[in-house]
Design a protein around this ligand. Structure first.
Ligand code: ISE
Length: 335
């Protein structure tokens, strides 16, 4: 079976997914695309002969030739499109965030639960990164004892001027929120957010960098430095400190240059560069799951929980106080 995918939104991420689904991922093809900018949609599939450019995203979802849908449009459109996919009974991979608020995510979780099976996957691609997978194998294999602390760093080269301060949490640190829940296998129950001195290179009023402290149900402490105007490159670090050892992500494999008495290596420019393997593996697993009749990867529940924690971080940023995370009870559908 070849999975015929429809893509909604062909900006940076949607176009990259189209390239992978149209030529790299096995067992898939791109059947149709939609973007508010029709020319951008055409350009994204210029080398994919099977792809039609449609003018109506809801018609794309309902199209009888489309087996599954990938949503990479702007965040505020996600809820409507995911709901339409659920209505059509089609598997859907939605870029993060599943929806912009926890309340909206919960509506999607409820709609999926009412159908009695999982259709929704959320694009938390770090779960497919070799480094994170190895950390999880070490922890779950009991190699280094129980987890105590998790130190995380998330740096981008530059964010657009005027980025609201909460975007550092909802667009960037939300990846650390998801990967911590996945790695540690438990929920985050409270969040604090500190405001270090603002970088003088960043336009007001963005608070950049920020420092988050998250607490899990069993008491593991997670600290996250998020700095979206670090200028020098894109960097993600993660160190897990356990009772009998510590394990950290290594530098992704690159070459070292030795020249004029100095040694240097490249730094990724952005997340597509750093996580290219993870994006590919995520799409392949999504497609293989569709063929096998199951939804894989981060679930609708994971999408909801990540945004619920992010909302507590934003509240902590605004109030300066430690904030409890409000989570509903997890429905049995999500294990
Ligand atoms: C971006 O939107 C992403 O999703 C990247 O994975 C993340 O690292 C970056 O900070 C975000 O801005």
């Amino acid at each position: 079976m070849t999975v015929n995918v429809g893509i909604i939104g062909t900006g940076v991420m949607g176009a990259d997914h189209a390239r992978l689904l149209g030529g790299v991922v096995s067992g898939a093809t791109v059947g149709a695309v939609f973007d508010v900018d029709r020319e951008r949609a055409s350009a994204a599939v210029a080398s994919i002969p099977t792809a039609r450019v449609l003018d109506d995203p809801l018609a794309l979802i309902k199209d009888a030739d489309i087996d599954a849908v990938l949503i990479a449009s702007s965040d505020e459109t996600h809820e409507r499109f995911v709901l339409a996919c659920l209505g059509a009974g089609k598997p859907v991979l939605c870029e993060k965030p599943l929806a912009p608020t926890a309340a909206a995510c919960l509506r999607l979780v409820d709609a999926e639960v009412a159908l009695g099976r999982r259709f929704v996957s959320v694009g938390f691609m770090r779960r497919y990164d070799d480094g994170y997978l190895e950390l999880k194998r070490m922890l779950d294999g009991g190699l280094i004892g129980g987890a105590l602390l998790l130190h995380c760093v998330h740096r981008n080269v530059r964010a657009p001027d005027g980025w609201p301060s909460e975007m550092l949490i909802t667009a960037s640190a939300v990846h650390e929120i998801d990967i911590s829940r996945w790695l540690l296998g438990e929920e985050i129950v409270a969040a604090s957010c500190y405001r270090p001195r603002r970088s003088a290179l960043v336009a007001e009023p963005t608070q950049d960098p920020q420092f988050l402290v998250l607490e899990t149900a069993s008491g593991v402490l997670i600290d996250v430095e998020v700095f979206v105007n670090a200028r020098y490159g894109y960097e993600v670090r993660c160190e897990l400190v356990c009772e009998e050892g510590a394990a950290a992500l290594d530098e992704p494999a690159t070459s070292v240059l030795r020249r004029q008495g100095a040694e240097s290596r490249g730094v990724a420019r952005d997340w597509r560069d750093r996580f290219s393997g993870a994006y590919r593996a995520e799409l392949q697993d999504w497609v293989d799951g569709i063929v096998a009749g199951e939804a894989r990867g981060a679930s609708g529940w994971d999408g909801y929980a990540a945004i619920a924690v992010a909302e507590s971080c934003v509240a902590a940023l605004e109030s300066g106080r430690r904030t409890d995370v409000q989570l509903e009870a997890r429905p049995p559908l999500y294990g």
